[in-house]
Write a protein that binds this ligand. Structure first.
Ligand code: CTP
Ligand code: MG
Length: 246
């Protein structure tokens, strides 16, 4: 039985605002997607890799990932879809019969360490069929109501009404890689397929689709190094983390 990793790299990186897709932006001289693929490979628990790529960039992404000497795994590339959810579904369609565990990881988390990958896979192989890494939350988090024009004052800044303050001790900020029993992930994507076409409806993580089935999702300890690159500031933080590593 084998573990497939789907590495999502098909996003455009709008919030980063560069003139190339975020996964191809370099950090310490290497594209984010290469950093992420190297760490998946060096975990020792991944058997093959499917990378989702932006339209028209299959050959480029295949070359930079498959030819990297530190990515000693079979690599396939598939064009992603309109949303992350659609991209993962496209990757999942390439799972081989022997792939019983599937990891889904974002190229936008290039420094997720091999130990984290191993922890997620170990929890899935121990019988938890959907596993996400998560970190305790340091901010107090408020849930707000959808913004309502009627509650705005005629002057001053826009405001949102707070609905509740969840107990912070019971909150986790979740990361990738997320790990799944392959059959469960396939059912979850089939169940949520109708949502996959539009950014406003699509799931932002795969565990959310599993939850929508009513199936259990479990959290293992996350890692601060698995931070998500969204803005230029995140790239600066990642560069500092890499310096610390070396
Ligand atoms: N992703 C994908 N297919 C999409 C959208 C996103 O494979 N249609 C991937 C991204 O490449 C990224 C991960 O999903 O690795 C998380 O997405 P996000 O951080 O939102 O990246 P982008 O969508 O590229 O960034 P932005 O939302 O700022 O455009
Ligand atoms: Mg996005």
């Amino acid at each position: 039985m084998t573990t497939l990793a789907i590495l999502t790299a098909a996003g455009s990186g709008t919030r980063l605002g560069r003139d190339l897709p975020k996964a191809l932006v370099t950090l310490d001289g290497f594209p984010l997607v290469v950093h992420a693929a190297r760490r998946l490979a060096s975990s020792g628990v991944v058997d093959s890799l499917v990378v989702t790529c932006p339209a028209g960039l299959d050959a480029v992404v295949r070359d930079i990932v498959a030819q990297d000497p530190h990515v000693d795994l079979p690599v396939r590339v598939v064009e992603g879809g309109a949303t992350r959810q659609a991209s993962v579904a496209a990757g999942l369609a390439l799972a081989a019969p022997d792939d019983d565990v599937v990891l889904v990881h974002d190229a936008a988390r290039p420094l997720a360490p091999p130990q984290l990958v191993r922890r997620v896979v170990a929890a899935v192989r121990a019988g938890h069929r959907a596993v996400v890494p998560g970190l305790p939350v340091t901010d107090t988090v408020k849930r707000i109501a959808p913004r309502d024009a009627a509650t705005q004052a005629p002057v001053g800044p826009p405001v949102d009404r707070v609905v509740e303050t969840p107990d912070r001790a019971l909150l986790r900020a979740v990361q990738t890689p997320q790990g799944f029993d392959r059959a469960l992930l396939e059912r979850a994507h089939a169940g949520g397929a109708a949502r996959s076409g539009s950014e406003g409806l699509a799931a932002t993580d795969d565990a959310g689709l599993v939850e929508a089935l009513g199936a259990a999702v479990h959290v293992v300890a996350g890692d601060a190094a698995a931070l998500k690159i969204t803005t230029e500031r995140d790239l600066l933080v990642a560069a500092l983390l890499l310096q610390e590593e070396s």
